[in-house]
Design a protein around this ligand. Structure first.
Ligand code: ZN
Length: 445
C-alpha cells in the first residue's frame, strides 16, 4: 500500500514537472521541479510539543496574538517514526537515522545497516555515487547516530572509533564519502591508536578546530572541522549563539558546485536537552535551529533550485506545555538566561554568593523560597543533582512537564520549502522521506 501510494506520488511529480513551465500564478504553481541541491535537516528529538513551545517562547506579550514562527510557514506533513518491529514502537536515533537516510527500518542501535546487519545505501552516499558533493553540519560529534547513519555503516551506534575510521576508510568511486564534515568529536578522530584527523589532512582536507578559522578557508575546499572533544557546548554556553546557522552557511560555501550537493544538517542537542529534561536548553537549541531555517529560507530565495526538508527522528522527554493540572505555561522566565542550567550548576560550587549568581544567570530575581532552595543546592555534592535542581526551579516557574528521560513514540512533523517541496505534503512513514529524496536525485549516468 505504501509503495503504491509512493508510486502515485512519483507519477504526479513527473507530470506536474512537465507543466511547471506554464505561467500560472505562482501561488498555484506546484513546486515540483527536481532540485539541484538537497539540504536534509534532522532536529533530533523535536516532537510536536517542541515547535509549539518554541512559538510560545518567542511570543511578544505586548500583542494580543501569538505570533507565528518560521516552523508555521514551512510545515507540510507528518511522519511515523517506529523502528523495525523487533525494537517495538519507540525508536532510538540510530534506527530512525537509518530510516531517514536509507528508507529502511532497522533495529534500535543500527547505523546504516538493516536487520541482518547488512549495509544499506544512504541518500548522501547515493548522491556521492552520482557525482554530487556531500557534507554534514551538526552540533553533536560527527560520528553520533544521525550523521553516522548518512555517512557510514556499523552494527552499533556505540562504536564511535570504528565509525571515525569508516569516515576515512570508506570510498565511493575512489572518493571519500563526505567532502565537508563540521561538528564535534576530536576524541574519536585524534586517538592514541590512530590519528584520523592527520590522515584527512594528508589526503588534502583543510582541518580547522575553531569557528573563526572556518571562515578563513577559501571557497570550495574539502573540510574537516571539529570544534569540541565530543559534542559542541550547549548553545547557551557556546561562543557563537548561531552556531548551527554558521556551520550550515560554511558547509554550503564549500559544497556549492555545478553538479549540486547533498547536505545533512542536524540540530543534535534538542534531543540532549529533552533527555536531561532541560527546557531552557531545549528552547535555545530550537532558536539556533530557527536561525538556521531563516538563513536557509533566504538562501532558497536566491537559489530556488535547492530543496530543504526538516523533520525530527522522534520526540524526547515527553515534553508537555503545562503540567500538574495547572492550565499555565510561562516561557517568559526562559528569555533572559545567560547560561545553561548545567553551567549554572557548575558555577554554584565556587560561588561565594550563589543567590546573586543565579539571579544574574536566570535574568530575574529569585523569590525567598527559591533563594533558600538555591542555597541548599549549592551544598549538594553531585553536579548532576545540582543541575536537576536548577532545571526543576525553571520547570516550576514555567510549569513545564516531562514524562521520561528517554524517547516517546509519537509522530513527528515534516517541514519543507524550495524545489520539489510539494512532494512532502501529507502523512507518511519516516522511510518515505528517504524514498522521496532518492527519487529526486539525478538518474544514474
Ligand atoms: Zn535521544
Amino acid at each position: 500500500m505504501r509503495q503504491k501510494l509512493f508510486a502515485v506520488m512519483a507519477a504526479t511529480f513527473a507530470l506536474s514537472a512537465c507543466v511547471n513551465t506554464s505561467d500560472n500564478a505562482s501561488a498555484s504553481k506546484p513546486n515540483t521541479v527536481r532540485p539541484k541541491n538537497i539540504i536534509m535537516i534532522v532536529a533530533d528529538g523535536m516532537g510536536p510539543a517542541y515547535t509549539t513551545a518554541y512559538r510560545n517562547f518567542r511570543d511578544d506579550p505586548a500583542t494580543p496574538n501569538v505570533e507565528t514562527v518560521i516552523f508555521d510557514d514551512i510545515f507540510v506533513g507528518n511522519a511515523s517514526t517506529y523502528p523495525a518491529q523487533v525494537s517495538g514502537f519507540v525508536t532510538d536515533s540510530a534506527a530512525s537515522a537509518t530510516a531517514l537516510a536509507s528508507g529502511v527500518k532497522s533495529y534500535n542501535g543500527a547505523i546504516g545497516v538493516d536487520q541482518n546487519k547488512t549495509p544499506v545505501t544512504s541518500v548522501l552516499q547515493r548522491a556521492k555515487q552520482l557525482g554530487l558533493k556531500t557534507g554534514i553540519a551538526v552540533t553533536s560529534q560527527i560520528v553520533h547516530a544521525t550523521p553516522a547513519a548518512y555517512v557510514a555503516h556499523n552494527e552499533s551506534r556505540q562504536n564511535y572509533n570504528q565509525l571515525a575510521d569508516s569516515f576515512f576508510d570508506d570510498r565511493i568511486n575512489g572518493e571519500f564519502v563526505a567532502d565537508v564534515m563540521l561538528g564535534g568529536g576530536t576524541n574519536f578522530f585524534e586517538r592514541d591508536d590512530r590519528n584520523v584527523t592527520s590522515q584527512f589532512i594528508d589526503a588534502g582536507y583543510a582541518y580547522v578546530d575553531t569557528y573563526d578559522e572556518l571562515a578563513t578557508l577559501p571557497t570550495g575546499e574539502k573540510v574537516l572541522g571539529l570544534f569540541a572533544p565530543v559534542g559542541l557546548p550547549w548553545v547557551l554556553d557556546d561562543s557563537r549563539k548561531n552556531r548551527l546557522a554558521y556551520l550550515t552557511q560554511h558547509a554550503i560555501k564549500h559544497l556549492a558546485n555545478e553538479n549540486g550537493y547533498f547536505l545533512l544538517v542536524e540540530a543534535s542537542q534538542v534531543d540532549w536537552a529533552g533527555h536531561s529534561n532541560d527546557i531552557a536548553s531545549a528552547m535555545n537549541e530550537m532558536h539556533d535551529l530557527n536561525l538556521t531555517l531563516e538563513y536557509l529560507y533566504n538562501y532558497v530565495q536566491t537559489n530556488p533550485d535547492t530543496l530543504v526538508v526538516l523533520t525530527a527522528d522522534h520526540s524526547t522527554g515527553g515534553l508537555t506545555i503545562g503540567a500538574n493540572g495547572d492550565y499555565r505555561w510561562d516561557p517568559k522566565w526562559l528569555q533572559n538566561l545567560q547560561k545553561s542550567p548545567a553551567a549554572i550548576a557548575e558555577a554554584l560550587s565556587d560561588s561565594a554568593d550563589p543567590v546573586s549568581m543565579v539571579n544574574a544567570a536566570f535574568g530575574f530575581e529569585l523569590t525567598d523560597e527559591e533563594a533558600s532552595q538555591v542555597v541548599a543546592l549549592a551544598q549538594l555534592a553531585s553536579l548532576k543533582d545540582k543541575t536537576e535542581g536548577i532545571q526543576t526551579l525553571l520547570d516550576v516557574r514555567t510549569n513545564t512537564g516531562w514524562t521520561t528521560s528517554g524517547h516517546t513514540g509519537v509522530d513527528v512533523e515534516v517541514f519543507a520549502f524550495g524545489a520539489a517541496s510539494d512532494l512532502f505534503h501529507g502523512q507518511y512513514d519516516n522511510t518515505d522521506i528517504a524514498k522521496k529524496l532518492f527519487s529526486l536525485l539525478p538518474a544514474e549516468q
